[in-house]
Design a protein around this ligand. Structure first.
Ligand code: ADP
Ligand code: ADP
Length: 235
């Protein structure tokens, strides 16, 4: 079954732009299978961030329809986790408390979070261990390198066990060695947990290394998402 299903989706950011037929994305038809890892590459301004906003329900399409996990999207989705180029950890929280943040927000009552805190902390420790941050749970962001902060931000995106992980240039700010190390960590997490991944990147090599399917998004005229049959030879 398709986990993500974009059916002829168009978005103009406001009524004025709509009246001028000025669309940020046009006619996107895209299907992502259950558990599939896709990457979207393309130049600045082609609509990658807009696509992400649509896939998380932060923006509704002007035309067309989006189904996620079989349900029409009507507002922001709790089933996704997100990580961006900047790790954006809260400086006054330790690593483990940064990772727990989404659970604190999603849990409707403070008392419920407190009651389950022990279990959640265990889950966070387990994830941190997997990305090589065992022993850093109680450190603050300023005590971690950039690569370590980014690992923590990926744990934060995964802590509520999302069905879909959305990554917007998550490795862009890292040096080449750290970046490739994190590629392997992400690939292993995906192989093990089978969540869907949508990765936006400028790095073709990265997209080919990680994704099952690579989509190339082009600029106008006729912005749309093209499937390229890139033969993925994994190192
Ligand atoms: P990318 O992420 O690939 O750089 P974007 O999705 O940010 O591309 O942008 C796609 C198009 O939509 C661009 O022409 C951009 O100028 C326009 N756009 C992006 N955000 C807004 C906004 N909030 N209001 C109006 N136009 C926007
Ligand atoms: P960077 O992003 O700066 O390249 P990495 O995240 O790849 O760094 O970290 C490389 C290794 O260096 C880590 O596994 C860790 O052992 C060590 N390290 C980096 N920064 C720190 C720190 N602030 N405290 C302790 N060890 C660190």
């Amino acid at each position: 079954p398709n986990f993500v299903d974009f059916r002829d989706v168009w978005l103009a950011y406001n009524d004025e732009l709509l009246a001028q037929n000025h669309f940020a994305v046009e006619s996107i038809d895209l299907k992502v299978k259950q558990g599939e890892f896709i990457a979207i590459v393309g130049p600045s301004g082609c609509g990658k961030s807009t696509f992400m906003k649509l896939a998380t329900g932060l923006r509704m399409p002007s035309m067309g329809k989006i189904l996620i996990d079989g349900q029409p999207v009507t507002g922001p989705l709790k089933i996704s986790g997100m990580a961006f180029q900047s790790p954006s950890l809260l400086p006054w929280r330790t690593t483990v408390d940064n990772v727990l943040l989404p659970l604190e927000i999603v849990e409707p009552h403070r008392s419920q979070f407190k009651a389950r805190r022990k279990e959640y902390v265990e889950r966070a420790r387990h994830l941190l261990q997997k990305v090589g941050l065992g022993g850093y749970e109680d450190k603050y962001p300023w005590q971690l390198s950039g690569g370590m902060q980014q690992r923590a931000s990926i744990c934060r995106a995964l802590i509520h066990e999302p069905k879909m992980l959305l990554l917007d240039e998550p490795f862009g700010a890292l040096d080449a060695f750290t970046r490739e190390e994190l590629w392997c960590i992400l690939r292993d997490l995906h192989a093990e947990q089978k969540f869907n991944v949508i990765l936006v990147t400028h790095d073709l090599r990265e997209s080919v290394f990680l994704a099952d399917t690579v989509y190339v998004m082009s600029k106008s005229p006729g912005r749309f998402v093209v499937r390229r049959d890139i033969d993925i030879a994994r190192p």
